[in-house]
Design a protein around this ligand. Structure first.
Ligand code: NI
Length: 217
């Protein structure tokens, strides 16, 4: 299941991150694509360096501090993050992300949209889940988190430039069904807490903690 997180960054933080990312040096994105993905990938990504690392670290910190991200992803590590720029008709055709990156398994993928959507045409992230294609184009600073096992693509950017940060998470809980059960319990505990039903919160939290103990690897 895909989830949109709209408040990973404040509006001011998102704008600052956009400006910092736009100032980075970029290189051809095909460099980091797998053999099959290379044929369909036409974008650029920020070259590795201190400034790029600083931009990516800001997002990592914000994600690790975000309670809903934690409840959805149970992050064990970030397999990889990168700043991606697409412009001049560039796109990223249908592909599935590599299962392993930098020695970590990719369980969840995310895209943080940095360019305000009114500043470019095209560039939707399309998640192809078999039944229908879902096209997603989010506001500045909004993030979509989705399971890494899906085919997806990025539509051609015909005007302006699309700047995003994409990343992959290895989760303590590799099974998406198990993560969904844990997230439902987390949500139920939050609802009970809002209703000040603390006995209920304790019960639900106990079930969630003990399932996590059974499933975490
Ligand atoms: Ni991808």
């Amino acid at each position: 299941m895909a989830h949109v997180l709209s408040d990973v960054l404040s509006a001011a933080e998102a704008r600052a991150l956009f400006e910092a990312a736009a100032a980075l040096p970029f290189e051809d994105g095909a460099k980091t694509a797998g053999r099959l993905a290379k044929r369909v990938k036409d974008n650029q990504q920020a070259a590795d360096g201190t400034d790029t690392q600083a931009v990516l670290a800001r997002l990592e910190r914000a994600l690790l501090a975000h309670p809903v991200f934690g409840a959805l992803a149970y992050p064990k590590s970030f397999a990889k993050l990168l700043v991606s720029r697409t412009e001049g008709g560039g796109q990223y055709g249908a592909h599935v992300d590599n299962a392993l990156m930098n020695g970590a398994r990719t369980d969840l993928s995310f895209t943080l949209f940095l360019t305000p959507p009114e500043d470019y045409v095209g560039g939707e992230l399309v998640i192809m889940d078999g039944l229908e294609d879902r096209a997603v184009k989010l506001g500045q600073g909004e993030l979509i988190l989705y399971p890494s096992d899906s085919l997806h693509r990025v539509e051609p950017v015909t005007e302006g430039a699309r700047l995003v940060i994409v990343g992959w998470v290895q989760s303590f809980v590799s099974d998406p069904r198990a993560r969904e059960i844990l997230f439902d319990l987390w949500t139920a505990a939050s609802v009970a807490e809002a209703a000040e039903d603390f006995a209920q919160v304790q019960r639900i939290s106990k079930a969630r903690s003990n399932l996590l103990r059974m499933w975490a690897v």
